[in-house]
Design a protein around this ligand. Sequence first.
Ligand code: ATP
Ligand code: MG
Length: 326
Amino acid sequence: MTNTRLKNNSILAVEAHGLVKTFGDNRAVDGVSLSIPTGSICGVLGPNGAGKTTTINMLATLSKPDAGNVKIFGYDVLSETQIVRQLIGLTGQFASIDEDLTALENLMIFGRLYGYSRQDARRIGNELLAEFGLSDVASRSLSKFSGGMRRRLDLAVSLISQPPLIFLDEPTTGLDPRTRTQMWQTIRKLVKGGSTVLLTTQYLDEADQLADNIVVIDKGRVVANDTPEGLKRSVGSSSLRLTVKDADHTANAAQIIRGILKAKVHLAEASELIAPMNNPDKLTDVLTSLKDAGIALSGVSILQPTLDEVFFALTGESSQAKKEEN
Ligand SMILES: Nc1ncnc2c1ncn2[C@@H]1O[C@H](COP(=O)(O)OP(=O)(O)OP(=O)(O)O)[C@@H](O)[C@H]1O
Ligand SMILES: [Mg+2]
């Protein structure tokens, strides 16, 4: 359906220039520009109150920009609103038609809405419930669903319609780790199926896992726009964290690591060492040398920069401080 609607194939899924939205004297969105190539995932990262939801609302035709313009697959959100609405999906809004109906009944209504026969709608509904681990609660009414269950059902609905452009506003906030991973898989599946995804998140690791490009928003402005790798590189390096089994080996281990990584080794605890590591290839060298020296390890991990470090590097303030400001 999408290709026939596109004005041309190479067009961007989202092209926004200079978006502004003011609430009273608060410039919630203060000149945001972003473009998202068709078929990619764009992660919009920012602390509470940065303007993520306000930006999505303008892109998704739910709120009118005070300035700037947006094209979705080449269609203008203001003058071609109806076409744009047929090309986008916004989760969180429409998952429940009726709170008293069951999860399966709700999914079936969507299936019917998208033209499936009753039988097919039931089959697809059941398949989706199984995929999202909701089979056990298929006949529970939505009014008795937990927040996490609801979130999963929201995303299940987007799989039925598979819109060309999907906005996901913090799709995994508050979900347990297993459900979070499952959501990530589903989002990748949506993209494999041909959709373009814009998701907002407060977690750097989520943007890192999913996004082709990350747009960092702070106080209504874009402060960075880069690939996950580029962003992390600009922020600083990853760190290597090693725990030696025998604390007596700590000093020796530190010397070996220093020699290989050519970096300062920080002693976090009696047997725990942390060192910056720009080149992951060096990990094998470190491990082999420690083994050759007879130093046994009880733990190895690579620490990625956190969202807090990203913000500190980009704005000189921590995101925690921003939360407190808001
Ligand atoms: N309808 C509204 N009326 C008045 N102010 C608003 C409205 N919606 C948002 N704001 C303000 O605009 C700013 C940006 O809010 P927005 O919801 O876009 O942030 P966000 O990045 O989505 O934050 P969060 O991570 O908490 O969801 C905030 O200062 C907020 O208080
Ligand atoms: Mg928000």
